[in-house]
Design a protein around this ligand. Sequence first.
Ligand code: AMP
Ligand code: MG
Length: 446
Amino acid sequence: MRSLEQIGQELAGYDPQSLRAGMVGEFLQRLVSPVTEIETIGIFDALGRVLATDLISPISVPPHNNSAMDGYAFAGAQLVPGQPLVLQVAGTALAGKAWAGPVQPGQCLRIMTGAILPEGLDTVVAQELVSVNSDQITLAADVVRPGDNRRLLGEDLMQGQPALCKGELLAPAALGLVASLGITEVPVLRRLKVAYFSTGDEILSLGEAPREGAVYDSNRYTVFGLLTQLGCEVIDLGVVRDDPLALEAAFVHAAQQADAIITSGGVSVGEADYTKAMMKKLGDVTFWKIAMRPGRPMAVGQISRTKLASRHYLASADSSHKDNNLQAGHAVLFGLPGNPVAVMVTFLAFVRPALLRLMGARAVGTPLLKARSAETIRKKPGRTEYQRGIFSAAPDGLPTVRTTGNQGSGVLSSMVQANGLIVLQHDQGNVAVGDLVDVMLFDGVM
Ligand code: AMP
Ligand code: MG
């Protein structure tokens, strides 16, 4: 296990007290490594899972040259530019019922979409483009070129070639592709186990009576949703009081059961609570001040199962993670700030890509799109800002984006109204109407 200090030394300009948002991702990609345990499951269960090995195509798709149209198939060499062509219809080829007889020069086959193109026939003309006179068709000059409307053997997938690569996050198209190969089961990496709890004495669990100064826990529910959508197994450890024994028990319990631990609250500067102290006590943890808004404070680290076991927190170093099918070593810790919007933003910007890497996914980034700002936005250079945005298509040219109004880091309704985050980059200053800004769309992400 590499220490956080070692990782920091690899990154030029790394400063935990003033960290560029862009460097957080680089750090976390070095911190986490993919799970390795493989299970084999049926296609219907594989949605959202990560492919564990390359999937080599056992067949070619399509398995034969075939017609892309309903029409007439013939040898394209007979076409002469500028001249019509008359052909005799020798028979009919249907999808699933090939034509076995000969097709001589001067002849053609009536053919349906998907029907096998017999040897020597390389061109199909759509039925709308010919005039038919009993068993004879006439093509006007230049309505088709040799090789048109033909699907080639293996043009989708070639036998022996990788159809899908290791690390593919299996989306609906990939499920269909697997099925098109006649494959019924796929090897996938095991699901991640992620434990989560909220911290803070002022945080109420649902069902508790309201009391002055207390707020209902919303973070547990947003984090539950974000993790579930990512395909993680969520272990909900509830709300944990700001009390050393309760916090210790929660961290130990989490490390015992999960690959990653997410907490919210208690990591702010000058926070008069025990969360930070307990994180430090149980693991290799660092506290970042990220040059960003919202979400400046964040803790990251690794809680070593072996270390906990040696201190008798865990029954035994081996059994706890093996029983739970976890990797040996440690649980990764993401200590998120408490503010509800900051939780979601830091999750989307940093935790999600890190979890995707931990899941073994090849693609971990969310592509940013460009949109024209519909309003002026005040922005100080020197930090990355994530504003809640409503992104809409414009009738001409680039889409536009406007903010949802109040950008307070506790205003969770802004996350509901928004369909994306406007990402105002570190060095960027004020934004004028019509300026291009980066947008991270929620669609496909949450
Ligand atoms: P903290 O980071 O602990 O200083 O919390 C910052 C703000 O977020 C405070 O106003 C907290 O009350 C609020 N907060 C912390 N945790 C939660 C939670 N689980 N649900 C809703 N609000 C929270
Ligand atoms: Mg707090």
